[in-house]
Design a protein around this ligand. Structure first.
Ligand SMILES: C[S@@+](CC[C@H](N)C(=O)[O-])C[C@H]1O[C@@H](n2cnc3c(N)ncnc32)[C@H](O)[C@@H]1O
Length: 208
């Protein structure tokens, strides 16, 4: 029942955004995004895969930002923000290789998206991310995760996530390492306003 109500409400951009604010999810993501930007100079092109309502674009003025999301309602809300240098596309993360063919990005964000995809599709997305990154580019992401030592309340709340591909912290690390080199990786359940398991990471193309 909780899951049914959650799914119906979250189809609406207003409820989605409100929940993200309430859970502290946007402030956590903002911290991750801004520290990724601060760690490197000369960032110009940004791709945000599973961009939701493009809240992330509001933290990145001056960058050429492209966002893609499967939800027409979220993309509509994002377009209504009227942001400059922002292009929002309705599409599937699994098809980014053909949608963005011949384009390269300085930063690619995958903020809470892979846990919504079937496991094998995550591999496809990560392989395509590797092709779309500049040689000095970086993938920055967060995902819902379980891990040893998590309290039972934290594990219960984590499993209420609507994503069905929730991996352990080490499961996420193994998946990322199949296609990319991990430069930073952090696992914790104290970043939101409720106990909730998350990993945050940054990765480079292999061999760079
Ligand atoms: C937890 S939300 C995160 C949204 C955004 N990255 C943010 O930080 O606010 C997950 C997003 O992934 C999108 N999504 C789920 N499956 C997708 C797919 N196959 N292709 C593209 N986007 C997808 C959802 O519509 C939703 O906007």
């Amino acid at each position: 029942m909780i899951r049914l109500v959650r799914d119906i409400l979250l189809r609406h951009a207003f409820f989605y955004d409100s929940l993200q604010y309430l859970l502290g999810s946007y402030s956590y993501r903002k911290k991750v995004v801004l520290s990724a930007l601060a760690a490197r100079e000369g960032v110009q092109t940004v791709l945000d895969i599973g961009c939701g309502t493009a809240e992330t674009a509001t933290w990145l003025p001056g960058n050429k930002y492209m966002g893609i999301d499967i939800s027409p309602a979220y993309i509509k809300k994002g377009r209504e923000r009227g942001l400059k240098e922002v292009t929002l596309i309705i599409g599937e993360a699994q098809n980014i290789d053909s949608i963005f063919s011949n384009q390269k990005f300085d930063i690619i964000f995958l903020l809470g998206v892979l846990h919504h995809l079937p496991f094998d599709d995550c591999k496809t997305v990560l392989a395509n991310v590797s092709h779309l990154l500049n040689d000095y580019g970086v993938l920055v992401g967060i995902e819902t995760a379980t891990f040893d030592g998590q309290s039972s309340m934290s594990r219960y709340l984590t499993n209420l996530d609507r994503g069905r591909n929730i991996l352990t912290g080490s499961g996420w690390a193994r998946l990322l390492e199949e296609e990319l080199s991990i430069s930073e990786f952090r696992c914790d359940d104290s970043s939101l306003t409720i106990p909730f398991g998350m990993v945050s990471y940054s990765c480079r193309k292999k061999g760079t």
